[in-house]
Design a protein. Structure first.
Length: 220
């Protein structure tokens, strides 16, 4: 039996794109030529507002714009180790409240197959620094898209540090930019990698199929 388990990210009203009919494990992320806003435009780790966020994401390009629509990845382990020892120590002792509506906008109305509503919010607390269960690598887990605040701190107090860390994540020496081709598949480990979708292809269609999985239950 496969040790991989489907993640719980596809709750009925989870603010994410809908599952494909007859293929409940696959959600489709669609941006039509007339939509201005994209899904996952800010730096993030997938669904950290869930109690059990997905460990891995598979993304397949079904329709790609003629130009643009890249996904940019950042090595969160390298980012963490680039920080001063003092900041590393501070972050390692912090927990973060993540929320699905940190940047709530009109995204829901602007995405073709968005299944959530403004009333649905999800919240979860996770460490600011992920210690990977396989091998113990440490990586920055706090992310701009879903981090509401450090636990015990206000959002106002938290934002400057979240903003600073996001700038570090975005630094070119930590990043890899993937230009999609039709039917290309990418797989990444959400505990070590941050990503965001570049919204630079207005007027073109982009369709991506996403599957998320967890490896809970496997021995490290
Ligand atoms: Fe994502």
């Amino acid at each position: 039996m496969s040790p991989w388990h489907a993640s719980s990210a596809r709750l009925p009203n989870t603010p994410s794109p809908r599952a494909i009919e007859d293929y409940p494990e696959i959600v489709q992320i669609v941006k039509t030529p007339t939509q201005r806003q994209n899904f996952s435009g800010k730096w993030h780790v997938d669904s950290t507002y869930l109690e059990t966020p997905p460990d891995y994401t598979f993304l397949t390009a079904r329709e790609t714009p003629p130009l643009g629509g890249d996904t940019v990845f950042s090595n969160a382990e390298a980012v963490f180790h680039s920080l001063s020892e003092g900041l590393q120590a501070l972050l390692e002792n912090q927990e973060v409240e993540f929320a699905s509506d940190v940047h709530a906008t009109q995204r829901g109305q602007q995405l073709t197959n968005f299944s959530g509503s403004d009333a649905d919010t999800y919240r979860a607390v996770h460490p600011a620094v992920m210690r990977h269960p396989r091998g113990g690598k440490r990586a920055l887990y706090i992310n701009e898209e879903h981090a509401l605040a450090f636990k015990g701190m206000t959002r106002e107090e938290s934002q400057p540090l979240i903003r600073y860390l996001t700038e570090r994540i975005a630094q070119s020496e930590f990043t890899f930019r993937l230009t999609w081709e039709k039917d290309m598949v990418a797989l990444w480990d959400n505990r070590l990698v941050h990503h965001h979708a570049v919204n630079d292809y207005h007027g073109a269609l982009r369709v991506m199929d996403r599957i998320t999985v967890n490896d809970r239950g496997l021995e490290a």
